[in-house]
Ligand binder design. Structure first.
Ligand SMILES: Nc1ncnc2c1ncn2[C@@H]1O[C@H](COP(=O)(O)OP(=O)(O)OP(=O)(O)O)[C@@H](O)[C@H]1O
Ligand SMILES: [Mg+2]
Length: 260
């Protein structure tokens, strides 16, 4: 039986994902403790986005398990040992615990900043409007955008829009935040303000899984770094080890290329 008290916040167990003949994930396992930050790095096409999308079941894993606080998302394991596949509706309930921030911000253009952030707490979590507004304001404060509450997304910079997207994910009060290259579509001068917000979340003890090409950020903020290669974890460890003295030749080459 699952033991939520002792279990890691997120556990990925022997995850496989196949698209037709292409096996993108070939047995990935790792755990993320509550309050810790794990960064996932690797070359384009190595399966980083697929891994994140499998963790929140935007993609159904071909096999393996994802557990949140010890509970598998995809199946229910009963006390008598029997198992049952969960319905999409049940999976949706788990998904609320996973805040996702993508490269594209996907804000509603017809809603204000506050409207974007308050929407899911009311519609999905069923919070009373007043409570949801309070929560949304607090989330906008965390991303330092309180003064833009009544603005429409089109009138914000890319960095501001991405910070709204982060506030929107935070407003669901997820157990873990997943970031998929949250700064990749931004001009360099706007990257810093988004990384600053992410750094703040990490310092506040937010559990985070971060796919990033920002190696300086990964090195500074992560508790652990995972280097994906060919659908497998090729190297894993504290940032000082992965960036400083990687054991894998492929990881060494990947990092060397980035520095040139
Ligand atoms: N829905 C899909 N159908 C078929 N193939 C897919 C699908 N999604 C991803 N792939 C393939 O899986 C592989 C891994 O893709 P993924 O997007 O996970 O890589 P990535 O590490 O995130 O790359 P990048 O750094 O460029 O974002 C690629 O070869 C990609 O073409
Ligand atoms: Mg990707």
């Amino acid at each position: 039986m699952a033991d939520p008290a002792g279990a890691p916040c997120v556990e990925v167990v022997d995850l496989h994902k196949r698209f037709g003949a292409l096996e993108v994930l070939r047995g990935v396992s790792f755990a993320v403790d509550r309050g810790s930050v794990v960064s996932i790095i690797g070359a384009s096409g190595s399966g980083k986005s697929t891994l994140l999308r499998c963790i929140n079941y935007l993609e159904q894993p071909t096999s393996g398990e994802v557990r949140i606080d010890g509970e598998p998302i995809g199946i229910e394991r009963r006390a008598d040992g029997s198992e049952r596949r969960r319905s999409m509706r049940e999976i949706g309930r788990f998904r609320r615990d996973l805040g996702m921030v993508f490269q594209q911000f996907n804000l509603w253009p017809h809603l204000t900043v506050l409207g974007n952030v308050v929407e899911a707490p009311i519609r999905v979590r069923g919070l009373p409007r007043r409570q949801a507004m309070e929560l949304a304001r607090a989330c906008l404060e965390r991303v330092q955008l309180s003064e833009k509450s009544s603005e429409y997304p089109a009138r914000l910079s890319g960095g501001q829009q991405q910070r709204v997207a982060i506030a929107r994910a935070l407003a669901m009060q997820p157990k873990v935040m997943l970031f998929d290259e949250a700064t990749s579509s931004l001009d360099p001068e706007l990257t810093g303000e988004v990384l600053e917000v992410m750094r703040g979340l990490a310092v506040d003890g937010t559990t985070m899984i971060v796919v990033t090409h920002e190696m300086g950020f990964a090195r500074e903020v992560s508790d652990r770094v995972i280097f994906l290669h060919g659908g497998l974890i090729e190297e894993e460890g504290p940032p000082a080890q992965v960036f400083g003295t990687p054991r894998s030749e492929r990881c060494r080459q990947f990092l060397a290329k980035l520095l040139h």
